[in-house]
Design a protein around this ligand. Structure first.
Ligand code: HEC
Length: 138
């Protein structure tokens, strides 16, 4: 019985990834893949986060607002009390500077245009520029 259930769950996971990837352009599927691999465990599949643990990515000013601030969060991590949807969060988020400019641009474009967000994309060039600026400040 357990085996049947686990096979069913496996099948569901498999078909849902195939479904979501089949429906996206190649570029946004890089973003989706990076999201699933590096962000989803904390921010959840629907971007909703976990109350009192991980803030939501749905229409927050961090996600939809200033691109530089958003890119900086990925390049340097975030470790300060922040308020999202009237709830305070203060758990550290590690830096993702090990990702390539392309991957960071793709995942940020992905979160800015999914979960009901309708912002503009982020380019690899913008990530590269900020990476240079931040490293020259150190
Ligand atoms: C280990 C859990 C964890 C992972 C993995 C993680 N985050 Fe976060 N994220 C957090 C926490 C906790 C905060 C709040 C940090 C603070 O309060 O200083 C946060 C804050 C944020 C914020 C700003 C606040 C908001 O909700 O708008 C953004 C944007 C964000 N994360 C994006 C990402 C992206 C993109 C990834 C994947 C590349 C990612 N995070 C991976 C835990 C995580």
């Amino acid at each position: 019985m357990l085996r049947v259930i686990s096979i069913a769950i496996f099948w569901m996971c498999l078909s849902s990834t195939a479904y979501s990837q089949g429906n996206q352009s190649p570029k946004s599927s890089i973003g989706a893949t990076v999201y699933q691999q590096y962000c989803m465990s904390c921010h959840q599949a629907d971007g909703g986060g976990v109350p009192r643990m991980t803030p939501s990515l749905i229409s927050t000013s961090y996600v939809t607002g200033d691109k530089k601030r958003l890119i900086t969060i990925l390049l340097q991590g975030l470790n300060e009390p922040i308020v999202v949807n009237d709830e305070e969060y203060y758990n550290p988020m590690a830096s993702f500077s090990f990702l390539t400019d392309q991957q960071i641009a793709a995942v940020l474009s992905y979160i800015r245009t999914n979960f009901g967000n309708k912002s503009t994309a982020v380019s690899a060039q913008e990530v590269l520029q900020l990476r240079k600026q931040l490293s020259s400040k150190k």
